[in-house]
Ligand binder design. Structure first.
Ligand SMILES: Cc1ncc(COP(=O)(O)O)c(C=O)c1O
Length: 380
């Protein structure tokens, strides 16, 4: 075996990559596993999107490499989506970059702005990819606390006390995964001011704003945001298109251009048909969001029942595709989820996957039918 690069020595395989192998093995042994672990939407994408994908296969050039910046119509559809849904004006020429899913954007942004030894502020709990990518680039993650008693928002007084001289990026993610917490207007103003004062790029990762969330917000709506912020967004959860891999990055020309310099050296564009389908999805009417959320609302009520059956508590005001539930005080997250898998064949995610502040919590996904969730309740 050739020795792996130093950068790999501090990075584990992604939790779900490992755990889903174990779950698949249990299934192959005949265990009737119910998967409430991962947030991969099981509902259909918009019909028109699938139709356009199919219909565009015979278009001239459909099989060719595509532009590194996506089709101009896709960038326009993204700018229109931001204008209609978030009341944010963006130039489709210079302030929008389509991505192959938003996850890859985390790497591209980090490669564009981080040098070895730079520091990055990362939420704890939070999406594990921010920390993993930071370590892959030999930069240093500085995990900042999010606590339930603070409504899962950062404490800026504590942040200002840190040595911020080498901090280049701060990741934020509201509506927040895994807790479902939302941010306030005051928070967005504060984080922008914090970024400006300390010369830190603020990146808001925003894939959950349309799931069980009454007021979708983009950080770009706030005064001064374009100077110091980027925002990632995604069609994965909003339009049930996780496997299509369509995301986007928005921000000012200079920041977007820096990311394009990385990205254009890494992939060779998004498949034409997927772009055509994505354009249709982005044009969906209000009805799409109403019907999507009516399904998730019913599922969430059932998941609440399941959580109660497992003696967990939860916040009814939380948003998003998951229920974040608190365990009785003496229980540990991983022991609890292992037990639930063993005794009930139900896979849920331990809160510790998202950082040390996730200890004592578990995450249930809403990506399973009512029937399946009812079966889980019956088992418990
Ligand atoms: C917080 C957060 N950001 C980003 C992503 C990546 O989404 P995608 O790459 O499908 O756009 C996920 C996926 O689960 C997520 O939970």
């Amino acid at each position: 075996m050739i020795e792996v690069a130093n950068r790999l020595k501090h990075v584990e395989e992604y939790y779900f990559s490992k755990k889903l192998r174990e779950v698949a093995f249990l299934k192959s042994q005949g265990k009737p596993i119910i998967n409430l672990g991962i947030g991969s939407p099981d509902l259909e994408p918009p019909f028109k999107a699938t139709m356009l994908l199919r219909d565009s296969l015979d278009d001239e050039g459909a099989n060719k490499y595509q532009s590194y910046q996506g089709l101009p119509e896709l960038r326009e559809a993204i700018a229109n989506f931001y204008s209609k849904r978030y009341k944010v004006n963006l130039s489709s020429q210079t302030e929008v970059l389509p991505l192959l899913g938003s996850k890859e954007g985390i790497m591209h942004i980090s490669m564009a702005f981080l040098n070895k030894g730079d520091k990055v502020l990362i939420p704890n709990p939070g999406y594990p990819t921010y920390g993993a990518v930071t370590k892959l680039l030999e930069a240093k993650p500085i995990f900042y606390d999010l606590k339930e008693e603070h409504n899962w928002q950062p404490d800026f007084i504590a942040l200002e006390r840190l040595d911020l001289s080498k901090v280049k990026i701060m990741w934020i993610n509201y509506p927040h995964m895994p807790t479902g917490a939302n941010a306030t207007n005051k928070f967005y103003d504060e984080v922008i001011a914090f970024g400006k004062r300390n010369n830190i790029l603020i990146v808001n990762d925003n894939p959950y704003s349309f799931v069980l969330n009454e007021k979708p917000i983009s950080i770009m709506r706030y005064r001064g945001a374009k100077d110091v912020c980027l925002e990632l967004n995604s069609l994965s959860k909003t339009f049930n298109m996780a496997g299509w891999r369509v995301g986007m990055l928005v921000g000012n020309y200079d920041h977007i251009n820096a990311v394009l310099r990385v990205k254009s050296n890494m992939d060779s564009g998004m498949f034409y048909g997927i772009q055509k389908g994505a354009i249709e999805a982005l044009k969906c009417s209000d009805m799409w969001f109403v019907s999507l959320n009516s399904v998730y609302q019913l599922r969430r009520e059932l998941i609440w029942k399941l959580a109660e059956g497992l003696n967990c508590t939860y916040d009814e005001d939380a948003t998003g595709l998951f229920v974040w539930a608190k365990l009785p005080s003496h229980l540990k997250s991983e022991e609890f989820t292992d037990l639930v898998l063993k005794e009930h064949s139900i896979f849920i995610t331990p809160g510790t996957v998202f950082g040390s502040n996730g200890e004592g919590y578990v995450r249930f996904s809403l990506c399973a039918s009512e029937e399946v969730i009812k079966e889980a309740i019956a088992r418990v």
